[in-house]
Ligand binder design. Structure first.
Ligand SMILES: [Zn+2]
Length: 171
């Protein structure tokens, strides 16, 4: 698992919001903006060399005609998510120091000890007292910590890993 995998940049269409979340958590720079028109999506994919993931056959065809790397993804169900991770060699692992903000794609800053004071007003007091490390998105002020939802993310990634392994076995 090299750092190169996280260098892949994605552009995800309006139908695939959950997929965008998983890619961001896995550390991939992923643009997801449901308000963007198809023409603008293609333009951005070209200009920023992003891989286009779309559930729209026609859009994927247009992307391929313009030399944009793309993949037809039918939805954000586990199987489709695993297939994207497999094809583009994204490791289904969560490292908060590399993850992107799941809400806005911003980069996260790790805050320990005294630095935690920065986010004191953004979380519940009990949460603040309980965790030694937080990750703060400077773009949207979202705060992450390794609470119960974190376990759920880990479990989901493990499931994706399993599906990928099944797919990789020769038939
Ligand atoms: Zn954010």
């Amino acid at each position: 698992m090299t750092g190169q995998q996280t260098a892949r940049k994605f552009l995800v269409d309006a139908m695939l919001g959950k997929l965008a979340t998983w890619l961001r958590l896995a550390g991939c720079d992923t643009v997801y903006n449901p308000g963007i028109h198809d023409d603008e999506l293609l333009k951005m994919a070209v200009e920023e060399t992003r891989i286009l993931l779309s559930s729209d056959v026609e859009l994927v065809r247009r992307a391929e005609n313009q030399g944009v790397s793309s993949m037809l993804v039918r939805g954000s169900v586990d199987f489709e998510v695993a297939e994207v991770f497999r094809v583009f060699q994204v490791a289904p692992q969560i490292d908060p120091s590399k993850a992107r903000c799941s809400k806005c794609n911003g980069q996260l800053t790790e805050l320990r000890n005294k630095e935690r004071e920065k986010i004191k007003d953004l979380v519940f007091e009990q949460t603040y007292d309980h965790y030694d490390i937080f990750w703060h998105c400077q773009e949207c002020d979202n705060v992450y910590f390794q609470g119960g939802y974190w376990d759920n993310i880990q479990k989901y990634m493990e499931r994706i890993q399993k599906i990928m392994e099944i797919r990789e076995q020769p038939r």
